[in-house]
Structures are given as structure tokens and as C-alpha cells.
Design a protein around this ligand. Structure first.
Ligand code: G6P
Length: 362
């Protein structure tokens, strides 16, 4: 049937979509490059961000996790205070807003009812809105004041992969563009940095055998698993755990490394997989000592590091990219680990039980 043609030689859409990520990074650069060769965002979007005193990112699921990374970029590079909220919580428990809020809705499909409900509410209050979506003409795109497109191409697998990295890449463009228009001093050559990310992703999608082997070592028979990280790595851990839950049904949690000792470490038993993401030099020592603490209690530990933070026995070493962009490269191995864990456990990778690609009820 038609879907077989689209899948080409791939056994699953998810694997195809993981592999497409380097190309998506390059598409995004091209799509947002102006005649000058530099990134040029829509003038109205620039103005909207410039006029806001605080950004409110609203999203669900994987898009929420991309928003958390986006907060780091928008605050770090563009110096705009940013909050990230789960749509279904914001909707019924609206926080105190700043004087000039700008709402950014992140939604792969542009159809998620929980996010739309917030959009309807904040529009009634008269606040400006932007939707970051993969689907032009989607409900959230039509109803918001402005749209930023992801240019990721259709995503078919229920578990989101290339849309997540596309969301982070477009948020990077937004952050850098805002920093430039605000005349903030920065040396972030975003086209160059995202091109390096694309190259790094190419290296990582070629490491399927390693990921299959590691998935077998860590996940084959376990009931639960932990990803731990600090700072921006913690946000990637939340997404890594969600991927694993969604398609392999292993109960997984993304956890802040330093917080383990305040309760959750009680769950560590002989053989519990704990995977640390350690891409940030300023927390490299502390996340490694967190991993040693769980190893001493029997955990089956694994480290994902960068060339610059790596130590000899690390299981996965990511090619070097800008420290703000490590989520884009760390995403690839954790997606592949979830994929192979699901395969080894005979799960339906592209259509996991109880889940829908887009949820149009609240
Ligand atoms: C569903 C999907 C998730 C997705 C979430 C938000 O629950 O199964 O993969 O992250 O919706 O979707 P959106 O289209 O708004 O990004």
C-alpha cells in the first residue's frame, strides 16, 4: 500500500524519521535563510518577541520537552525570561502573568486540544501568540497571530523524533535572531553551529549496531529505567524517558541528578538501568558522582558524553557541538535506544498501545 512506498526500505517510520534528522536540520537552515545568506525571521515575529517582557511556552508531551530546552536557549542567548507550561495544567491553573506576555505554542501537529484550549483563553485576554508547528494550515497555526514552521516533513510514527529536534532547532534560530535584533553581544554563528549538528547527527545515525547492542544490555528484561542529567541534559533525560515509555513500555523516568538522593534512589536495585547524559562541562563531575552513587547500589550504569566531557569507558560519545545544542545530538542515541528496546520486546514501534499521534480531545 501507499504507506509501504513512503517507508521505502525502512522497517518502521520511526527509524526512517530518526535518520532524516540531519536533512531536517539542513532544511531548516535553508528555509529560514534570507537573501543575505543570514537567518532572517519574519519581522512581525521579531517585533512580537521584542515587545514582550516574558515568554510563555505552552505544549504537551514531546513538544513540552522541546520547550524546556527552548527556555534554556531563549534565556541564555536572547536574555528573555521564559516559562514553560504543560497545556492541560496551564488551562485550569493559570499562573500570574507578566505585564506583556507573549505566548508560544509548540505543537508538531498543530491540532492538540489541550494546547488549543490555552490559545483560545489567552486570545480572549488579548495577548499575542505564535505557533511553532510542523503543519501549515493546522488549527493552532490558523488561530495564532504568527506561525513558525518546523520544516521536518510529515512525521508518521506516533513517537515523535524529528519534530522534537526540529522544534529545538527553530527555537535556536528564534533565540539567536532575537539576540541579534536586541544588539546583544553574542558569537553564535547559528548556521555554522546547526551545520555541525547535522554532521554530528549523521555520525550518530550510523551507530545503529552500537545502540542495538546497548539496548540489549540495558533494557532487554527490565521493568524500569532512569535517565539522569543536570541542567539542559535533565530536559533531554525527560524526553529520553518518554521515548522509552511510549514504545517499549518500560517504566522510565528522567531525573535531575542531584535530586536522586532525596528519595528516588530508594528504587535502585541490582541491575536497574541508569543512563546519565553528561554533555555539560560545568556539571560533568557532579553528574558522574551521581552515577557512581547508584552504581554502588547495583545500578547498571551508562554514560552519554561529548568528546569534550568524555572519559575512557563512556558507552556513547557524541561528536562535539555548541554547548547549547547538545540536546540535538544527545536526542539521536536515546531515540535509537528506545527503538531497539521496543523491537527486542516485540512492541509495535510505530503504533504503540493506547497512544494517538495527535490528541484532539481535552
Ligand atoms: C500526543 C503524541 C505525542 C506528542 C503530543 C503533543 O500525545 O502521542 O507524541 O508529543 O501529542 O503533540 P503535538 O502535535 O501538540 O506536538
Amino acid at each position: 500500500d501507499a504507506s509501504d512506498i513512503e517507508k521505502g526500505t525502512y522497517p518502521h517510520y520511526m527509524l526512517k524519521e530518526i535518520d532524516e534528522q540531519p536533512a531536517v536540520m539542513r532544511n531548516i537552515i535553508t528555509a529560514y535563510q534570507g537573501d543575505s545568506g543570514k537567518i532572517e525571521l519574519d519581522q512581525d515575529i521579531r517585533e512580537a518577541v521584542k515587545n514582550a517582557d516574558r515568554l510563555y511556552i505552552i505544549a504537551c508531551g514531546t513538544s513540552f520537552h522541546a520547550g524546556l530546552v527552548g527556555k534554556q536557549l531563549l534565556e541564555g542567548i536572547a536574555k528573555v525570561p521564559t516559562e514553560v507550561h504543560i497545556a492541560s495544567e496551564f488551562s485550569y491553573n493559570m499562573p500570574l502573568l507578566s505585564e506583556k506576555p507573549l505566548f508560544i505554542f509548540i505543537s508538531q501537529s498543530g491540532e492538540t486540544a489541550d494546547s488549543r484550549s490555552v490559545l483560545v483563553q489567552v486570545k480572549k485576554l488579548g495577548y499575542p501568540t505564535i505557533t511553532l508547528t510542523n503543519v501549515q494550515g493546522s488549527t493552532l497555526s490558523r488561530e495564532a497571530d504568527h506561525t513558525l514552521l518546523l520544516h521536518a516533513g510529515p512525521e508518521i510514527a506516533v513517537a515523535s523524533t524529528k519534530a522534537y529536534t526540529a522544534q529545538i532547532a527553530v527555537l535556536t534560530l528564534l533565540a539567536v535572531d532575537v539576540a541579534t535584533t536586541k544588539d546583544l553581544h553574542h558569537d553564535f554563528d547559528v548556521i555554522h553551529e546547526l551545520s555541525l549538528v547535522a554532521q554530528a547527527m549523521e555520525v550518530l545515525v550510523d551507530q545503529k549496531e552500537l545502540m542495538e547492542h546497548l539496548a540489549h544490555n540495558y533494557f532487554e528484561t527490565v521493568r524500569n529505567a532512569f535517565y539522569i542529567g543536570r541542567g539542559i541534559d535533565y530536559y533531554v533525560c525527560m524526553e529520553a524517558a518518554l521515548k522509552l515509555k511510549e514504545i517499549s513500555y518500560i517504566q522510565a523516568e528522567g531525573f535531575a541528578g542531584g535530586e536522586l538522593k532525596h528519595g528516588t534512589i530508594a528504587l535502585i536495585e541490582e541491575g536497574t538501568p541508569v543512563i546519565a547524559i553528561a554533555t555539560q562541562s560545568h556539571v560533568n563531575g557532579s553528574i558522574r558522582s551521581n552515577l557512581k552513587e547508584v552504581a554502588a547500589r547495583g545500578a547498571n550504569t551508562c554514560i552519554i558524553s561529548m568528546e569534550s566531557t568524555a572519559e575512557d569507558d563512556d558507552q556513547i560519545i557524541l561528536p562535539e557541538v555548541h554547548e547549547y545544542l547538545t540536546p540535538l545530538v544527545a536526542a539521536v542515541p536515546v531515540q535509537l535506544l528506545a527503538y531497539y528496546a521496543a523491537l527486542q520486546r516485540d512492541c509495535d514501534v510505530d503504533k504503540p498501545r493506547n497512544l494517538a499521534k495527535s490528541v484532539t480531545v481535552e
